[in-house]
Design a protein around this ligand. Structure first.
Ligand code: SF4
Ligand code: SF4
Length: 111
């Protein structure tokens, strides 16, 4: 499968998305009747379908070498909506999130 970068726009103080992938360590909740990701990449947390994660919090769809999404064409809506250089991007870059500390992208956590 061909992977594509999430976004490529350059900003003054934010790295290019290609090769970053820090936001792909946040918990991604799937939208019922909207998202259509490979079922083997899905887990349930308290009845909520989410993208599965590795022990370091990385989404299982994130290529560990290129740090690009391997299901780019089928990525969840919340991943499509994620905005580079906004609050969650800056938080993701500023600190590492493991599964226990991860805010959920689908629940739109406050800054
Ligand atoms: S954390 Fe920000 S810069 Fe890094 S991949 Fe995500 S949106 Fe792009
Ligand atoms: S589905 Fe793709 S874009 Fe979304 S968190 Fe996983 S690797 Fe990142």
């Amino acid at each position: 499968m061909v992977a594509k970068p999430l976004m490529t726009t350059v900003s003054d103080d934010i790295p290019a998305c290609a090769g970053c992938g820090q936001c792909c360590h946040l918990l991604v909740e799937l939208a019922p009747l909207v998202d259509d990701v490979p079922e083997e990449m899905v887990v349930e947390h308290a009845g909520v379908r989410c993208m599965d994660q590795h022990g370091d919090g990385a989404c299982v769809a994130l290529d560990p070498l290129s740090r690009l999404c391997t299901i780019y064409e089928r990525r969840p809506q919340v991943c499509r909506d994620f905005q580079r250089a906004e609050v969650l991007c800056r938080r993701a870059i500023g600190r590492g999130y493991g599964p226990a500390a991860s805010p959920a992208l689908g629940s739109h956590p406050e800054a």
